[in-house]
Ligand binder design. Sequence first.
Ligand SMILES: CC(C)(COP(=O)(O)OP(=O)(O)OC[C@H]1O[C@@H](n2cnc3c(N)ncnc32)[C@H](O)[C@@H]1OP(=O)(O)O)[C@@H](O)C(=O)NCCC(=O)NCCS
Length: 189
Amino acid sequence: MKAKTPSDSLTIVTEIVLPNDTNNLKNLFGGRLLSWMDRASAIAAHRHCKRIVVTSSVNNVSFNQPIPQGSIVTLEARVSRAFTSSMEVFVDVYIEDQTVAGKKVRANEAIYTFVAVDQLGNPINVPALIPETELEKKRYEGALRRRQLALILSGKMKPSEASELKALFFSPEEIANLENHENKGNDKA
Ligand SMILES: CC(C)(COP(=O)(O)OP(=O)(O)OC[C@H]1O[C@@H](n2cnc3c(N)ncnc32)[C@H](O)[C@@H]1OP(=O)(O)O)[C@@H](O)C(=O)NCCC(=O)NCCS
């Protein structure tokens, strides 16, 4: 399978916040934004692998600022890393107001994980991803730690197996001590 770049999966979706999309404060309802982000990131994941994809986890959503009614919302989704059958997708959300200045600001972001599946829903392999820009490289590097965290939280990985995640919090010496301690515990058991 030919490796892809994040630009190969770039998906841009533009929406306008209408009254039906808002909460009691006349700001965009969070659930509506989540739905828009899920759709945009599903299309990006599909563009990367050209297969059926399913949402496997929503790793992080930051609602950094409210999005008022009438705003024009642009979502940019792209694959940030591909593993075996799973792909991490970043969604950046920008808003522009409807004044003459049309000021555009980055309002929110989200990180999704999708898995490519066959017709029976079984995971299948996806092409590798080659990051190009500095931001793409930074996101690519962080994806392994985010994947380990998501797998630990969903009970699919033991914290002791998450080496990249441990390296964020402990020095190499501390990790060696921890592993010695764990091994001694296992020997006693
Ligand atoms: C996603 C799904 C196909 C994974 O199936 P599974 O039996 O857990 O498969 P595996 O354990 O082999 O994992 C497959 C991949 O998913 C990844 N994965 C599984 N759970 C994950 C989680 N919570 N977070 C991040 N990645 C996860 C695994 O790391 C693996 O990635 P890799 O192949 O790149 O190494 C399955 O759980 C599913 O169909 N879920 C429902 C999806 C759906 O309906 N989504 C819409 C929500 S309404």
